[in-house]
Design a protein around this ligand. Structure first.
Ligand SMILES: Nc1ncnc2c1ncn2[C@@H]1O[C@H](COP(=O)(O)OP(=O)(O)OP(=O)(O)O)[C@@H](O)[C@H]1O
Ligand SMILES: [Mg+2]
Length: 186
């Protein structure tokens, strides 16, 4: 199956997932995340303000703040690039042309090398750590010269069989499913 077909299939599965089932899974995934050494060691954590369909990142943000970690969130730029800005309770948020909530344009971005751990979003994931995002290539571009840790939290509906990856696709180091943790051998 092509990436696009898998993406569409998983999106419709996610749309039909009821809130209670989703929350149950999210609870397991987050608990697992908070127990990893990657989480414990990270001071600066990058994640997105999720759309309704995606894993709800609000609880991760609250947990990070409660542990005095710094949360950074992405802002899309031209040429399908993005940068990250520190996110606090009073950070002004704008809605991008894609309908995503992003930090306001005037805020200053942090450096890529300052990020310890990126919670990489996506639509579908396979056990090798390869992922299918929303098709913009934003994360594939950003991760090319990123040297920190990457992790994805995978709902059962998002687990797929290995698919044909492209040369520019970049897998995450750590995959968390409701059943297990899969670490990429470095
Ligand atoms: N490093 C890169 N440099 C230039 N173009 C890239 C790079 N990585 C990906 N692309 C382009 O991005 C497009 C989308 O790629 P892909 O379908 O893998 O997106 P995705 O992984 O679903 O998206 P995302 O990374 O935003 O989650 C491709 O057409 C590809 O040509
Ligand atoms: Mg890709």
């Amino acid at each position: 199956m092509e990436k696009k077909e898998i993406r569409n299939q998983v999106i419709s599965l996610l749309k039909s997932l009821n809130g209670e089932q989703k929350e149950k899974q999210e609870e397991i995934l987050m608990k697992t995340l908070f127990g990893t050494s990657e989480w414990k060691r990270a001071n600066v954590i990058a994640l997105t303000l999720a759309q309704k369909l995606e894993l709800d990142t609000n609880k991760i943000i609250e947990k990070a703040w409660s542990e005095d970690k710094i949360v950074v969130i992405p802002r899309t730029k031209k040429d399908r690039k993005m940068d990250f800005v520190i996110y606090k309770k009073d950070t002004p948020i704008e809605v991008s042309s894609f309908g995503l909530r992003e930090p306001a344009r005037h805020l200053i971005a942090i450096q890529k090398s300052d990020i310890d751990l990126i919670i990489v979003p996506g639509v579908a994931f396979c056990e090798t750590g390869f992922r299918i995002g929303f098709g913009g290539g934003y994360y594939d571009r950003f991760l090319t010269d990123y040297e920190g840790e990457t992790v994805s939290l995978v709902l059962n509906e998002q687990q797929v069989e290995p698919f044909k990856v492209d040369s520019f696709d970049i897998p995450v180091n750590l995959l968390i499913t409701t059943e297990k943790i899969i670490r990429k051998i470095k």
